[in-house]
Write a protein that binds this ligand. Sequence first.
Ligand SMILES: Cc1cc2nc3c(=O)[nH]c(=O)nc-3n(C[C@H](O)[C@H](O)[C@H](O)COP(=O)(O)O)c2cc1C
Length: 193
Amino acid sequence: MSKLVVINACVRQRDSRTLRISEPIIDALALRYSVTRYDLPLMDGVVPLSPVKLAERESGLIAPWALEAAKNIADADRILIAAPFWDMSFPAVLKCFFEQTTLFGVTFVDDGKSCSGLCKAPKVLYITTRGSAIATGDPLEQATPYLRAIGTLWNLGELTTIAATNTDYGSPAELEANLSACISEGLSLARTW
Ligand SMILES: Cc1cc2nc3c(=O)[nH]c(=O)nc-3n(C[C@H](O)[C@H](O)[C@H](O)COP(=O)(O)O)c2cc1C
């Protein structure tokens, strides 16, 4: 069975609208993929690299969870990232996860002149909700460009963003319609993705 890595950075967990969109899509994908899931808000150790941690890593001492996650990412056929729009990007815990799993010799290498990725997933799905009416591709939306950039470093392929916008300002009915539309879009994608 092909492998899907799910990276969940929905800090509000059960209250998360991003997760509400994501769960049925993950369930649909689980019919075709074996799923390895990282629920970042529940994990210890997904923190910024401190001077001590960076020195440890440079001496070859890598947090076991980070090494395993990096290997699973490198080996994955698909990656799904669920993360709300925070501070024009995504929650810091997701950046900490990337910081700790971007590992030389696992997710990327360099030849002394430039870097190249060691991952192989040709497709990445990013699911998000944004409080305001900022569309994907708006210069104010800095999550999709970052995910594309880290995907380039890691050698990931095509990035698809599914986003509900204006979640904090519409009526409850508009919010429901918005979330349902994203779930339908994701379920439709999941059939062939
Ligand atoms: C800490 C924090 C930062 C946020 N920053 C932004 C922001 O920069 N722009 C925006 O449009 N909405 C922002 N929001 C609103 C969220 O994007 C919105 O409520 C989203 O639907 C939350 O997703 P969730 O229900 O999955 O947690 C922020 C919310 C929080 C809690």
